[in-house]
Design a protein around this ligand. Structure first.
Ligand code: CP
Ligand code: NVA
Length: 309
């Protein structure tokens, strides 16, 4: 059994194996109905317990489909209906019960410490479905989407991020080290990645390039990623932050500084950071990106359950 908490802590070879498995499985499912189970039913009889302390549409549905297509089932707990927290039940006891009834635990949480604590007490794998510091299942799936669209290894591509230095970017930075790709970041001054993130990149002998001018950041980009300026439960002065990002909107003018075939990706939900004509335009692959989360999370589940071939 293996946890899936942060990309930076997972060996590069394992991450690449997950991508290869997802490619094979997706290929084999052509013409399958949504809930049809993969022929080998690798997680037959297994239960994935999901819990969301924050809102979710895609992560919730894609994990539901992922475990179902592998032959298992899922239940979603309402975080505010557990005894954990206000009801006084300890995390250790909660983890013991989750391990007694279930086979895997997918957690979206407001606290990185909580997911680490669960990983210590659980006897079943825990998957990080978004935490304040990372969104690993999203980004691994996005690597898959990039390689599917561009039909080449991401290590041969220039990837660009325009936006806030948030959980999704932290995972993308970790991926740039694990998959050895070139990463440009475009953000306003004072909104760059935290020092410990940059130190980790340096320690791993890679470089990322930070630009305070969006036009410079997108130059030569094969793919441009973005995300909301205000993340879930962001405790900031929202008006000020949105104003600070006003020169970083991805619109057709900014796209004209990139390549003609630059792909636009966004994990969703979207906000003002992207203009509708780019989001819905011919270079955007955001719907395929969302769908691919099902395929990649299936292989993440197999990895966690020790069933990845
Ligand atoms: N991209 C993403 O994680 O979407 P949800 O917040 O809807 O799960
Ligand atoms: N950075 C965003 C991602 C949402 C999927 C957030 O944390 O709200």
């Amino acid at each position: 059994m293996k946890h899936f908490i942060n990309l930076k802590d997972i060996p590069s070879a394992d991450l690449k194996k997950i991508i290869i498995d997802a490619k094979n499985r997706k290929q084999k499912r052509k013409n399958y109905n949504t809930l049809e189970v993969d022929k080998d039913k690798p997680l037959k009889g297994k239960l994935l317990i999901q819990m969301f302390e924050k809102a979710s549409l895609r992560t919730r549905l894609s994990f539901y489909l992922a475990i179902k297509q592998l032959g298992g089932g899922t239940i979603t707990l309402r975080a505010n209906e557990l005894h954990l927290g206000k009801g006084g039940e300890s995390l250790a006891d909660t983890a013991k019960i989750l391990s007694t009834y279930g086979d895997g635990f997918m957690l979206r949480t407001d606290s990185d410490k909580k997911i680490e604590e669960f990983s210590r007490y659980l006897k079943i794998p825990v998957i990080n479905g978004l935490s304040p510091s990372s969104h690993p299942t999203q980004v691994l799936s996005d690597i898959f989407t990039v390689e599917e669209i561009k039909k080449k290894s991401i290590s041969k591509l220039n990837i660009c991020w325009i936006g806030d230095s948030n959980n999704v970017l932290n995972s993308l930075i970790a991926a740039s080290v694990k998959f050895s790709f070139n990463l440009n970041i475009g953000c306003p001054k004072n909104y760059g990645p935290k020092k410990f993130v940059l130190d980790w990149v340096k320690k791993n002998k890679r470089k990322i390039h930070i630009f305070y001018d969006a036009k410079k950041a997108v130059k030569n980009a094969d793919v441009i990623f973005s995300d909301k300026v205000i993340s879930l439960n962001d405790k900031v002065n929202k008006n000020k932050k949105i104003k600070d990002f006003r020169n970083f909107q991805i619109n057709s003018k900014l796209m004209s500084f990139a390549k003609k075939d630059t792909t636009f990706l966004h994990c969703l939900p979207r906000g003002e950071e992207v203009a509708a004509d780019v989001f819905l335009g011919k270079n955007s692959e955001v719907w395929l990106q969302a769908l691919n989360r099902v395929h990649v999370q299936k292989s993440i589940l197999l990895y966690c359950f020790g069933k990845l071939r």
